[in-house]
Write a protein that binds this ligand. Structure first.
Ligand code: HAM
Length: 416
C-alpha cells in the first residue's frame, strides 16, 4: 500500500480542530496588530533561498527539497516564508505603495529534517513580517505579538533574546570566535570545521554534543556590537521592559538563517516535552531586501511552528468538535423531500444539522444518531408530515415531545 511520505502526515478530524483553534487565534491577533494575510506559492526559484538563507546554512545545505521542472528550472519547495515575502514585495512593487508593509501567513513549509516529535518534513508556520522600518518599536511589536499569541493559547514559554549585529560589527566577532576555537578545532565535528572557515557564526547551529560543550564558554557578541547596533538593542530591551515582557539574554542565539541582523529571538516551551525545540523564532533582517535586488529596506518578522504549538496546547481547555445539534431521521422519500425543503435552512442560522443518508429503519437511524453524538433527533414520517407535528428527542435526557414546523424553524427545539 502506498503511504504518506516519511515526515508528513494526514491531519484528521481528531486533530484538525486544534489547527483551526490555533489558526483562528493567529488570524485574530494579526488583524488586531494591523497585519494583513499574504499567500505566496509553495514552490519558488531555489536561488531565492540559497541567496537569502545562505549557502552554509543547514536548511540550504541539507534540508531543501529541490527539483528541476520539465523545462529544467531549478525550483524548491519553500523551507520558510520570509524570503518569498520579500520576493513578492519586490516583484509587486509594494515599496511604491506602502512605507510599512505588514503581512502574516499560515502556510505549509518543507524541510528534509530528521522526523521526530514536533519535527516534520512538511509542517506549518504561522508568521508575520514587517517590512520598511528600522525602529525598535517594530521589533517590540513583533515580539509582543508572539508572546500574546502564546499567552492567548495558555502556553508557558521562555523568550531568548540576542543581537547578531550587522555586516560592520559581525566580522569582528567572527574573528574572535575563530581565535577562541583555533586550538579546539581538532575536537569540532567535520561540519563545524567547514563552518569555521566559511561562516564561523554558523557553528552555533551545530547539534553535536561535543561541539555544543565547546561553545559554552565562547565570548559574547555584545562588546563587539557597533554603536548603532548596541543602541538599537538597548532600546529594544527597554521597550520589552515597558511591555512587561520577560526575556533571557542568550549570546549563542544566532539562528539558523544567514539573513538576520541585530535583534534575534527564539521562544522555547517552559515545560520540557520530548524533543526540545523552539516554538517560534524571528528577528530583524535589514539587508535582505537589498540582497534580493531592492533598495536598502529594514525589516523584522517571526514564525511559529504550528505542530510544536499544538504539541504544547492544553488540549482539555479546547472544545473538541462542534456537536451535531439536530439529526433528522427520515422514514421514506416524502420525509426526505420535506427535510430538504424545510429543514436545511436551519443551517443558515448557524445550527449544525445532519440528515439520514443511508440507514433504513427508525432503530438503526437512532443508533447512528447516538453514535455520531447528535444532541437532538427529529423524526419525520408520512404521518408527521400530514399532521405537521414531529417527534423531537433529546438524546441526553431521552425525553421526547412533539414539535411543529414553525417551532422548529424558530429554533425552539433547543428548549426541550
Ligand atoms: P525558523 O527558526 O527556521 O525560522 O523556523 C521557525 C519555526 O518553525 C521554528 O521555531 C519551529 O517552531 C518551526 N519549525 C522549523 N522546522 C520545523 C520542522 N522540521 N518541523 C516542525 N516545525 C518546524 C524561520 O523559518 C524564519 N523564516 C522566521 C522568521 C520570520 N524570521 C524573520 N521572519
Amino acid at each position: 500500500m502506498i503511504k504518506a511520505p516519511r515526515g508528513t502526515k494526514d491531519i484528521l478530524q481528531d486533530e484538525i480542530y486544534l489547527y483551526q483553534y490555533v489558526e483562528d487565534k493567529f488570524h485574530k491577533i494579526c488583524r488586531q496588530h494591523n497585519y494583513t494575510e499574504i499567500r505566496t506559492p509553495i514552490f519558488e526559484d531555489a536561488n531565492l533561498f540559497i541567496r537569502s538563507i545562505g549557502e552554509t546554512s543547514d536548511i540550504v545545505k541539507k534540508e531543501m527539497y529541490t527539483f528541476l521542472d520539465k523545462k529544467g528550472r531549478h525550483l524548491a519547495l519553500r523551507p520558510e516564508g520570509t524570503a518569498p515575502i520579500i520576493r513578492a514585495y519586490l516583484e509587486n512593487l509594494i515599496y511604491n505603495q506602502q512605507e510599512l508593509y505588514k503581512v502574516y501567513y499560515i502556510s505549509p513549509m518543507f524541510r528534509y529534517d530528521r522526523p521526530q516529535q514536533g519535527r516534520y518534513r512538511q509542517f506549518h508556520q504561522l508568521g508575520v513580517e514587517a517590512v520598511g522600518s528600522s525602529s525598535p518599536v517594530i521589533d517590540a511589536e513583533v515580539i509582543k505579538l508572539s508572546c500574546e499569541f502564546l499567552d492567548d493559547l495558555k502556553i508557558k514559554y521562555i523568550l531568548n533574546l540576542n543581537s547578531v549585529g550587522c555586516p560592520i560589527c559581525r566580522p569582528d566577532y567572527g574573528e574572535e570566535i575563530k581565535n577562541f576555537l583555533k586550538d579546539k578545532l581538532i575536537n569540532l565535528c567535520d561540519d563545524c570545521k567547514v563552518r569555521y572557515e566559511k561562516n564561523p557564526l554558523r557553528i552555533f547551529d551545530c547539534k553535536v554534543e561535543e561541539c555544543k560543550n565547546i561553545l559554552r564558554d565562547i565570548p559574547e557578541i555584545f562588546p563587539h556590537l557597533c554603536k548603532e547596533c548596541s543602541d538599537h538593542f538597548n532600546v529594544v530591551q527597554n521597550y520589552l521592559k515597558i511591555l512587561n515582557i520577560n526575556y533571557l539574554l542568550n549570546k549563542n542565539l544566532v539562528r539558523g538563517l544567514d539573513y538576520y541582523t541585530r535583534t534575534t529571538y527564539e521562544i522555547m516551551p517552559a515545560v520540557e516535552s520530548g524533543s526540545q525545540s523552539a516554538l517560534l523564532g524571528g528577528g530583524r533582517y535589514d539587508n535582505l531586501v537589498e540582497d534580493l535586488g531592492g533598495s536598502k529596506t529594514p525589516a523584522v518578522g517571526m514564525s511559529a511552528g504550528e505542530e510544536r504549538i499544538i504539541l504544547h496546547l492544553q488540549k482539555d481547555i479546547i472544545k473538541t468538535k462542534d456537536e451535531i445539534v439536530l439529526f433528522i431521521v427520515t422514514l421514506g422519500e416524502e420525509a426526505e423531500k420535506f427535510a430538504l425543503r424545510h429543514l436545511f435552512e436551519l443551517r443558515s442560522k448557524g445550527i449544525k444539522v445532519e440528515i439520514n443518508s443511508f440507514k433504513k429503519s427508525l432503530k438503526s437511524q437512532l443508533k447512528y444518531a447516538d453514535k455520531i453524538s447528535a444532541r437532538y433527533v427529529l423524526i419525520i414520517g408520512e404521518n408527521e408530515i400530514r399532521k405537521n407535528v414531529f417527534i423531537l428527542r433529546d438524546m441526553y435526557s431521552s425525553i421526547q415531545r412533539e414539535i411543529t414546523l414553525s417551532e422548529l424553524r424558530e429554533g425552539k427545539f433547543c428548549e426541550i
